[in-house]
Design a protein around this ligand. Structure first.
Ligand code: ADP
Ligand code: G6P
Length: 483
């Protein structure tokens, strides 16, 4: 058997040009952070977009770009600004992302976006053919590349292809509104194995396949031409040890090198030892429910005024897809909400919300996770939400309370968290009050279950289960054809 080729739009590193040189910075987002752990421990090649358009790259830096990527086990698909507009900002993030997250009103059905999406998917498929042999196993990731499996299959009918979707697959009633719904399904069905985070996403996909393509579906097998395509759910885990170890060594390091952020957190603790820190970390995305969370926080402060000066909400929002109008509007909305709530409730000694709009180094994420009494994550829809898992993994003394939206894929595996409906402010205010007052023994008991599960079903196990199912499928698939 050959090597594994991972293919996704976003690579584990993003290249930037700084002072005439190339800088590689880690990518943010569940796909990149999760798959990075799988990739670094293997011989795989990861193909994707470098983060720079052709227009950004001076000819003399071409070689350096390839070298920087090679150092990280990656190879690039070159894309120009027009392609990024139509494919990434366009079809991927103005059509599919909102639709698959049930934001129908944000979803734009533009023929031009679709045409660019097709041609860029063909570029990715060509890059796979160019960089792989017949025996290699191809693992395609996420909604930006849903046509790739079929495009590779056309040229390499016997290659083993897996596809994993990192976002929700919506119900048939939502999916059917997409003008190019059949093409998307056929693109995905070029795979041998299609994986989703949850059983519900799998079920929605199979229902669309049956109803829109009229294909035979038996249990979780789809029969198409002379092939059987397996569809299954594989909830993605995290690199549990990495987060646990970082949190343990972080404690030891505290007495020596402290980050600025850690110093600020220390001085917060010293000046207000009884104040609870409530943390939320997300990309700045409307699917994450950040605006509703802020409204719910305001509702909480009005309903339970005794917690004024006793809680602080830290909002860390990472800039994301800032060329898409909905993201620009959201940024403005959140800036205003934070300003309004802070203006309304601040006292001489207390600012209720600390708001950071930036990406942060890994060490600072650990600072935040380990110093926060509560993590409050309220996506309106989320394929998985790895931040919830990362918070729990860093709680080395097993204290801490996770409040998690039931609309996140991770809620299916995290029953011991306090699960909430992000649209219900009353419930959220009461849940915050419960979290603030949760006895330490209860926190430890809940987190013990959560940690054991996360440690067992970590990202390595997730990747192995997917790859084992794909390899099994290869054998079974061939048996079916020869019958
Ligand atoms: P999504 O994939 O939609 O962005 P997830 O919660 O699944 O949501 O994954 C987000 C990933 O990005 C996590 O692994 C998290 O550690 C990382 N991340 C989130 N915020 C930041 C930040 N400010 N700086 C660096 N990494 C971040
Ligand atoms: C989600 C998607 C990923 C994407 C990430 C960050 O996790 O499932 O495919 O890479 O968000 O978004 P971006 O648009 O910056 O790649």
């Amino acid at each position: 058997m050959g090597k594994t080729i991972i293919i996704s739009n976003r690579l584990p590193v993003q290249l930037q040009i700084n002072n005439g040189g190339i800088n590689a910075v880690p990518s943010v987002g569940g796909l990149a952070t999760g798959m990075k752990s799988v990739h670094s421990g293997s011989e795989s090649l990861w193909i994707g977009w470098s983060g720079l358009t052709d227009e950004d790259i001076p000819a003399e830096l071409e070689g350096d770009i390839d070298k920087a990527l090679k150092k990280n086990g990656c190879a690039k698909v070159s894309l120009n600004a027009e392609e990024i507009d139509g494919f990434y900002y366009g079809f991927s993030n103005r059509t599919v992302w909102p639709l698959f997250h049930y934001f129908l009103e944000y979803s734009e059905f533009e023929l031009n976006f679709w045409n660019v999406y097709k041609s860029v998917n063909q570029k990715f498929a060509d890059a796979i053919i160019e960089n792989s042999g017949e025996d290699d196993t191809i693992w395609v990731h996420d909604y930006q590349l849903m046509l790739v499996p079929q495009m590779v299959r056309e040229k390499r009918p016997n290659t083993t292809i897996g596809f994993f979707l990192h976002i929700p697959f919506p119900s048939y009633e939502i999916f059917r509104t997409l003008p190019w719904r059949e093409e998307i399904l056929e693109g995905l069905l070029g795979s041998d194995l299609i994986g989703f985070h949850t059983y519900d996403y799998e079920r929605h996909f199979l229902s669309s396949v049956r109803r829109l393509l009229g294909l035979e579906v038996s249990f979780n097998d789809v029969f198409m031409d002379n092939r059987v395509i397996k569809v299954d759910s594989f909830p993605m885990g995290i690199d549990y040890k990495k987060f646990k170890n970082a949190a343990s060594s972080h404690k030891l390091e505290n007495s020596e090198e402290r980050s600025d952020l850690q110093m600020r957190l220390d001085s917060h603790k010293a000046s207000a030892p009884d104040t609870k820190l409530i943390l939320s970390i997300d990309r700045l995305d409307y699917s994450k429910g950040i605006a509703k969370r802020l409204n719910a926080f305001e509702y909480f402060l009005n309903k339970y005024p005794e917690y004024k000066e006793k809680v602080r909400l830290i909002i860390l929002a990472v800039p994301s897809r800032s060329n898409v109008p909905q993201y620009q509007l959201l940024k403005k909305e959140i800036d205003e909400l934070v300003g309004r709530i802070n203006g309304e409730f601040s006292t001489v000694n207390w600012t209720p919300i600390w708001y950071f709009y930036r990406s942060m180094p890994f060490e600072n994420l650990i600072d935040l996770y380990t110093n926060s009494d509560i993590a409050w994550l309220t996506p309106l829809r989320d394929g998985m939400n790895l931040v919830a898992k990362e918070y729990i993994a860093t709680r080395t003394d097993k204290t801490g309370v996770l409040i998690l939206s039931e609309m996140a894929g991770s809620a299916y595996e995290m029953n011991e968290a306090l699960l909430i409906n992000p649209n219900n402010f009353e419930e959220q205010a009461d849940t915050l009050q419960k979290a603030i007052n949760m006895p330490v023994e209860e926190q430890i008991s809940r987190n013990t279950f959560l940690q054991n599960r996360l440690e067992r079903y970590n990202v390595e196990v997730w990747a192995n289960e997917f790859m084992n199912a794909l390899n099994q499928k290869r054998e079974l698939g061939h048996a079916f054809i020869s019958q």
